[in-house]
Design a protein around this ligand. Sequence first.
Ligand SMILES: NC(=O)c1ccc[n+]([C@@H]2O[C@H](COP(=O)([O-])OP(=O)(O)OC[C@H]3O[C@@H](n4cnc5c(N)ncnc54)[C@H](OP(=O)(O)O)[C@@H]3O)[C@@H](O)[C@H]2O)c1
Length: 212
Amino acid sequence: MKVLIIGVTGVIGSAIAKGLSDKHEVIPVGHSSGDLRVDITDTNSITQLFKTVGRVDAVVSAAGEMFTGPLDTMTEEQMKFGFMHKLLGQLNVARLAIPFLNDGGSITLSSGLASRIHRPGWSVLSSVNIGIEIFSTVAALEMPRGTRINVVSPGAVTESLEKWGDSAPLPIHIGTPSAEVALAYIGLVEGTANGTVVDVGGVGTETDLLDT
Ligand SMILES: NC(=O)c1ccc[n+]([C@@H]2O[C@H](COP(=O)([O-])OP(=O)(O)OC[C@H]3O[C@@H](n4cnc5c(N)ncnc54)[C@H](OP(=O)(O)O)[C@@H]3O)[C@@H](O)[C@H]2O)c1
């Protein structure tokens, strides 16, 4: 299969590429680096990417920056950033990818644990993640030519927790290795699921959840 991966330089994207590359042709798409680049907040950039690459069997998005912050101080600009980037950016990737999918091809997007775990400071992030998930579930009813759309909702990733250290946006201390998280994306690319949301990885420990 020809699999285009957006966010391929990231923690999860690079693990997906590694996991797929033995059996499939991976088309890596960067943002600030790489031969092929895209800005998912820019519709023209997404359209240009698909026109350049042409038809593929799968599109995977492991991109989307998030905003977290307290309700009483958040600005409209911060809310817009949260919604425009991870939510609208990925939904536009999905919408614009459809004509470039081979019959039976798939789209896999990324949400995250904030759709299930609700904490102070996450009102925008949780809305964004749930938005991605419900969009996919309903869009699946309209996918043409046997094409499919699904979402992976990762828990905290081990390598991300290591990278973030004390500045982690998630108050969680136990992660799941990226290679394991990648298996959920690979399963959706290679399988037949449509309109599903796959939760992968935990949310840390009971103590993490109580540690608000
Ligand atoms: N890691 C976790 O613990 C975790 C947990 C739950 C959910 N998630 C979700 O999983 C997804 C991937 O997370 P990650 O931790 O792998 O992210 P990451 O390591 O920060 O990587 C993000 C990737 O997205 C690219 N990117 C950034 N802005 C972009 C834009 N405007 N257009 C296109 N690509 C862009 C980055 O490229 P540049 O570096 O060149 O900008 C990079 O390749 C995200 O949606 C995230 O919210 C992650």
